[in-house]
Ligand binder design. Structure first.
Ligand code: PLP
Ligand code: COI
Length: 339
């Protein structure tokens, strides 16, 4: 195994030793297979390639001081993958199969779980695709579920340092009653141009507005949005955003430290009134935001006056990281020990 610079890992693809695969054929799931190939072979008419029958998940495992590997809230990802499958008419992956595949992929690649305390984690990427051949627009009758893993560092290279984001309305990542609330590849394809332009214009990410009403905030690229106002944690409620497991966890932790939690539409004008704002997700953890520029008007909203994240975002970030890394009591049973 090559020497890994655990402290400077990017968020990206990392080749490990094994992945796991399971095929759905003739109306049932087969046996889990272990592979050391990074390649898959599929029919050129597979529905994943033509009609976007593809859904994925992202979760993380952490090594504790005790050397144990902890996996965060995997059942939530299993359930979300089932909702995604249902949303685009794919065969759902049974929760038990999801568990077996994810745990097996982690155990087989245990040496790639970063050491404790270096700010890195093992990222787990389950993936479900339609492999059956069709040319008419209809769901496939065969599917492939696979899981690969790799060590990662922070999604935004700044880590927990505040970043700048751009509000956009000339691109939408999802339609009002489209697929925004499930984790399917098409949403990410639709976000690429806006994200690319935002990066070229100097921003870590873009913030998409609600496609049905362009004056409400939806989400921050591949992460949910939250704002802190006094003693209140506010996060958008919308049909077109992905229900984030990190955000769900932060809402609980926010309530635990005495904040009021509000999940409701958040108008752009409200940005003026927040003390702190941030993006949250598995990959991003919490990414504090220091400045948001509305691309339509050029108006900018400033936070983090001292150049550092606000106190509540900081506290929530540490609470979450400490639970994930086994340093704080896991009162809600969010972690499962893998080995
Ligand atoms: N929103 C989008 C569009 C995402 O891709 C993700 C990442 O999974 C999130 C939000 C955050 O969700 P979670 O906290 O479950 O990772
Ligand atoms: C995650 O946070 O797990 C994501 O999936 C974000 C992105 C890499 C798509």
């Amino acid at each position: 195994m090559q020497d890994i610079d655990w402290k400077n890992l990017p968020f990206g693809y990392f080749k490990t030793d094994y992945n796991v695969r399971c095929y759905y054929r003739n109306g049932k799931w087969g046996k889990l297979e272990i592979s050391s190939s990074e390649l898959i072979t599929m029919h050129m008419a597979a529905t994943a390639l033509h009609y976007g029958q593809e859904a994925f998940e992202g979760l993380k495992a952490f090594r504790g001081k005790d050397g144990k590997i902890r996996l965060f809230r995997w059942e939530e990802n299993a359930k979300r993958l089932q909702r995604s499958a249902d949303g685009i008419m794919m065969a759902p992956v049974p929760v038990e199969l999801f568990k077996e595949a994810v745990f097996e992929a982690i155990k087989l690649n245990a040496k790639y779980v970063p050491p404790h305390g270096l700010g890195a984690a093992l990222y787990i990427r389950p993936l479900l695709i339609g492999t059956g051949a069709e040319v008419g627009v209809k769901p496939a009758d065969e599917y492939l579920f696979m899981v690969f893993v790799g060590p990662v560092g922070p999604y935004f290279k700044e880590g927990f340092k505040p970043v700048e984001m751009q509000l956009v309305s000339d691109y939408h990542r999802a339609a009002p009653y489209g697929t925004g609330s499930i984790k399917v590849g098409g949403n990410y394809a639709a976000s690429l141009k806006a994200l690319h332009r935002g990066k070229e214009e100097g921003f870590a990410s873009v913030i998409f507005l609600n496609p049905a009403n362009e004056n409400y905030i939806d989400e921050a690229g591949p992460a949910n949005f939250f704002g802190i106002k006094g003693k209140t944690y506010v996060t958008p409620d919308s049909h077109s955003i992905l229900p984030s497991i990190t955000n769900m966890s932060l809402r609980q932790l926010a309530a635990d430290i005495g904040l009021t939690v509000e999940k409701r539409p958040v108008a752009v004008e409200e940005l003026e009134t927040f003390d702190e704002v941030g993006a949250c997700g598995t990959a991003a953890v919490i990414s504090p935001i220091k400045r948001i520029v509305d691309r339509r008007t050029g108006k900018s909203y400033e936070y983090c006056k001292e150049g550092v994240a606000g106190p509540i975002s900081t506290e929530l970030y540490h609470m979450l990281r400490e639970i994930q890394e086994g340093e704080r009591e896991d009162v809600y049973g969010w972690n499962t020990i893998v080995e």
